[in-house]
Every structure is written in structure tokens, then in C-alpha cells.
Design a binder for this molecule. Structure first.
Ligand SMILES: [Zn+2]
Length: 228
């Protein structure tokens, strides 16, 4: 098994020129994927407008398969706001683009595990696009179009700081087992646990406080909440 540092080193050169938020995001993605037993490598980071135009020509005016729908200036890569990943094979050199590969044998495709982490970090996945699916692609737009970026508009300091918090794990939402207080109309009701974006609360305490009755059916293992 490669060490995390060895895995990180494979991507270091591709992080150069990325927006600080995306660089932090790529690092967090590498680390959190590694923790799940999935090794990844960043295959693309910042792409200049000339490089983007050359890529756009491929499959159109130049030979090869079409790999992008974005002309120079119209990809978030051109502003350091996107990066691409692939799976890193255990030998530390080979790369896999197989989105069904399950290298850690946990019955979940490695690719999906990475995408799940990426989304928790607030990244948008190209595999969710309807017109042209780009399974390697992750980006953060801050609500800006590429036209606005081309015109010089940039994310606000607040947007950057908020996203950085998320990427660096200082945001409770992406952490596991954070104890939280639950209040009802401003009064403390009970304690709950926030685990990667989902808040777990004692159901009886919350339901009864909201005027509902709670019963448990041990046979079907069902909690019934009834509100008259
Ligand atoms: Zn991409």
C-alpha cells in the first residue's frame, strides 16, 4: 500500500495554478479517498485558453475522440476552478478510468466513493451533466459563468473563505460525529449528532415536543410517529 504522501506526490504538479479553494479541495479529496481505501490522482488542473482550444480541436479539426465541449475560455479549467481525477492503481504508476472498478472490494465502485467525497466538499461533478458527461471532472463555479470569469469577475472573499473552511475540514457539516444542540423555538430540547451532513436526533424527544406520539414495533423494527 502506498503512503498518503506517495499518493499526494503523484498529483502535486497538477495542483500548481489551481485556485486556492480548488487546490485545497483536491488535497482533501486525495486524503479522504485514501482514508476510504481509494487512491486517486489529479490528471488535469489549470488549463490555459490555448491548451483548451487545442483540446477542443481534437475530434473536430484534429484527429482523435472528442474530449470536451468547451472552447478556450469557456471551461472552468481555464480559471483554475476545475480539476480532473482518475484512479491510481496500487503500483503507484498505473491509472484507471474504469468507473466500475472496485479496487478496495467494498462493493461500492471506487469512482462513486470519490464522487461522494467530492460532493461533500462542495464540488460539482461532470458526471451529473446531461449534455456531455465528464466523469473525471470536478469544479466549483461560485455561481459565476465562464463569461463573467472571462470578463474578470472573481469569487468574493466571503465565498472563498466559506469554501476553504469546507475543504480544510473546519466545517462541521463534513465532519463525523459532531455533538450538536437541538432547540425548539429557541429553547434547548436535546442533544443530537451531526454526521457528514445528517443530524441524528432522539426521535421521541423531538416528536413529542412537536405534539406527536411515538411507538415502536419491535417485530417490524419500525418507529411510528403519529400526529393527530
Ligand atoms: Zn475537467
Amino acid at each position: 500500500m502506498l503512503t498518503l504522501d506517495q499518493v499526494r506526490d503523484r498529483s502535486a504538479a497538477r495542483l500548481v495554478g489551481l485556485h486556492p479553494v480548488l487546490a485545497a479541495g483536491a488535497k482533501a479529496l486525495i486524503q479522504q479517498s485514501y482514508a476510504r481505501g481509494v487512491l486517486i490522482v489529479i490528471t488535469q488542473g489549470l488549463r490555459t485558453i490555448a491548451e483548451q482550444n487545442a483540446l477542443y480541436a481534437q475530434g473536430r479539426s484534429k484527429p482523435g475522440p472528442i474530449v470536451t465541449n468547451a472552447k478556450g475560455g469557456t471551461s472552468y479549467h481555464n480559471y483554475g476552478l476545475a480539476f480532473d481525477f482518475a484512479l491510481l492503481l496500487p503500483d503507484g504508476n498505473g491509472i484507471s478510468w474504469d468507473i466500475n472498478r472496485d479496487g478496495d472490494k467494498d462493493k461500492i465502485a471506487d469512482w462513486q466513493e470519490v464522487v461522494k467525497v467530492a460532493k461533500q466538499l462542495g464540488l460539482e461533478w461532470g458526471g451529473d451533466w446531461t449534455s456531455f458527461k465528464d466523469y473525471s471532472h470536478l469544479q466549483m463555479t461560485f455561481g459565476l459563468t465562464t463569461n463573467q470569469l472571462r470578463a474578470g469577475k472573481r469569487p468574493t472573499t466571503d465565498q472563498v473563505n466559506e469554501a476553504l473552511k469546507r475543504m480544510t475540514g473546519e466545517d462541521d457539516i463534513v465532519n463525523k460525529d459532531v455533538k450538536v444542540s437541538i432547540t425548539l423555538n429557541g429553547s434547548k430540547l436535546t442533544d443530537g449528532v451531526l454526521d457528514t451532513g445528517i443530524t441524528y436526533v432522539p426521535v421521541r424527544v423531538l416528536a413529542e415536543a412537536l405534539g406527536a406520539k411515538v411507538t415502536y414495533d419491535a417485530v417490524s423494527k419500525t418507529v411510528n410517529v403519529v400526529k393527530e
